[in-house]
Design a protein around this ligand. Structure first.
Ligand SMILES: Cc1cc2nc3c(=O)[nH]c(=O)nc-3n(C[C@H](O)[C@H](O)[C@H](O)COP(=O)(O)OP(=O)(O)OC[C@H]3O[C@@H](n4cnc5c(N)ncnc54)[C@H](O)[C@@H]3O)c2cc1C
Length: 486
């Protein structure tokens, strides 16, 4: 080591002794890629560690506690709410080395996995057994199952099957004091208080999942995928409710507006018409006979709402091509704009037409381009605001617009998140939908797990020591400690 090289801190030395030097990163240049996720905030951890199992994870948590520094769990870093950002520095526990599928029990339709397993890897492992793991976030090629359960992730196919919480049977967890325990088990209905259900969606604030037991489903006999083409977002939005009014709950009902079609199509060639005002991607599955009936009903409902054409995928490659446009859509935005901010809000399905119009009007008022690609069947909006990060005023306008869109969702009787979580991004909005008593109860749950101040601090709840009180931008001003922020 050169004589002027920085020397590792006592914290780093203790972590190296527990995990081995190669599994502990502490040089600033090595930490650069761990200072952000898919949100627009950044903060650098003091050290990033890569434990290989639950025991090593527990050892890291105990060492962090001894040194009185924060702990932040991280999977693949694809979260949109800043949940894996080390806002107050400390130890970032990255699960990528814990990436083994430990068991596929086809007879009992379950799988046991480590948290760093990528969602798609599990899908591929269970497919030869005629099984599937239903939650399929569009990020499934890169996101981890640990991140999925922390955020209670959804996906195009969770409309009929329910989000992640409906597919988790049990979780092995390292608690904030370093103890290891199981919540739930290998059956859906474990006796006692459902701590498994409490943990799923807790966004890394109650502990770190180190093993997960997941429910698998049988693949369906038949599937039909349709592309309904509309001249306007309003007509497509009205068709969403019309389909469900007919008694059909498709497994997927997704919308892409014109702005996103014009970004996606030239890159992906999915077959979306460039002159469409919006398209709906609709999928029904089940027994062959029922699929034919449901598809017909969905097509009728779209025509009734003014669809100018409804195309049906005639082969598996055609179906995959239609889905490729949806699943690679956000990546295409990344290629088309130097930066973007993707929001996640929910409105009742029936409020989609007016909310979509209000989102467009608000974006125009802020002078920002906004594209929409989202889980329309769930009323789960993802306005995606594109901006130039070199424009010093852009981040302020983007965040203000984001806040305004969230207000629209709440005023429409909806919610602050459909699947991405609250994280760092939306903690200050929690007071819009929860009373002080509600928030206090959530704080006490967190305290009961022992994760108040140091365990993924400044996430989900609007209060917290050293966290400031407002939006992420205000935390930056509030913190005296270093950390690199945009
Ligand atoms: C292109 C793109 C498309 C997306 N599409 C969807 C979508 O369709 N549906 C959807 O729901 N999301 C989607 N997302 C968001 C994101 O992929 C999900 O939230 C995903 O579950 C995050 O997983 P991750 O491994 O990247 O977690 P990270 O971003 O690393 O972490 C997310 C949160 O989980 C916590 N965490 C991570 N691992 C653990 C663990 N083992 N134990 C406890 N806490 C943990 C972190 O502290 C953090 O709070 C998309 C993201 C991108 C970039």
């Amino acid at each position: 080591m050169p004589t002027n090289a920085p020397t590792p801190s006592a914290l780093v030395r203790d972590l190296q002794a527990a995990l081995g030097e190669r599994h502990v990163l502490w040089a600033p240049e090595d930490l650069l890629v761990y200072e952000y996720d898919a949100s627009i905030d950044r903060a650098r951890p003091d050290v990033a560690v890569f434990p290989g199992d639950a025991e090593e994870t527990a050892a890291v948590v105990r060492i962090a506690n001894l040194h009185d520094v924060p702990v932040v769990p991280r999977g693949s870093g694809t979260g949109f709410a800043g949940g894996a950002i080390a806002v107050r520095g400390g130890v970032l526990i990255v699960t990528t080395r814990m990436n083994r599928i430990l068991q596929v029990d086809a007879e009992n339709r379950l799988a046991v996995v480590e948290p760093g397993v990528i969602n798609l890897a599990l899908q591929q492992a269970v497919a030869p057994h005629g099984l599937l793991y239903a939650p399929d976030p569009s990020s499934q090629r890169i996101c981890s199952l640990g991140g999925n359960i922390a955020n209670n992730s959804g996906g195009p196919h969770t409309l009929a099957h329910g989000s992640t919480v409906n597919h988790v049977l049990g979780v092995e967890v390292v608690l904030p004091d370093g103890r290891i325990t199981w919540l739930g088990g290998r059956q859906l209905d474990a006796p006692g208080v459902d701590l498994r259900g409490l943990f799923v969606g807790s966004e890394g604030t109650l502990g770190i999942a180190t093993k997960i037991c997941l429910r698998l489903m049988r693949q369906q006999e038949a599937v039909q995928t349709m592309l309904a083409i509309f001249d306007s977002v309003e007509a497509a939005s009205a068709a969403v409710s019309a389909v469900i009014r007919r008694g059909v709950v498709p497994v997927a009902l997704e919308m892409l507006d014109q702005e996103i079609i014009r970004i996606v199509e030239p890159q992906i060639h999915a077959g979306y018409p460039l002159d469409a005002g919006a398209v709906l991607l609709i999928e029904v599955e089940g027994l062959r006979e029922s699929v034919a009936i449901e598809a017909e009903a969905a097509i009728d409902a779209c025509r009734e709402q003014g669809a100018r054409e409804v195309r049906t995928a005639e082969s598996a490659p055609e179906r995959e091509r239609l889905w490729e446009g949806r699943k690679a859509g956000i990546g295409a935005v990344g290629a088309a704009s130097p930066a973007f901010y993707l929001l996640d809000g929910v409105v009742p399905r029936t409020k989609l037409p007016q909310t979509m119009q209000a989102v467009q009007e608000a974006s125009a008022r802020y002078g920002l381009r906004c594209a929409n690609i989202f889980h329309a069947g769930d009323g789960n909006l993802h306005p995606t605001v594109m901006f130039d990060p070199d424009d010093p005023d852009a981040v302020r306008r983007v965040l203000e617009l984001g806040g305004e869109i969230m207000r629209l969702c709440v005023q429409a009787g909806g919610s602050l998140t459909g699947e991405h979580g609250i994280g760092l991004e939306k903690r200050s909005y929690m007071e819009w939908i929860f009373s002080p008593e509600d928030l206090d109860a959530m704080g006490r749950v967190r305290a009961a797990f022992g994760g108040e101040e140091r365990f993924n601090p400044c996430k989900v709840l609007p209060s917290g020591h050293g966290c400031g009180t407002g939006h992420a931008t205000e935390i930056r001003h509030h913190l005296a400690t270093p950390g690199v922020y945009v």
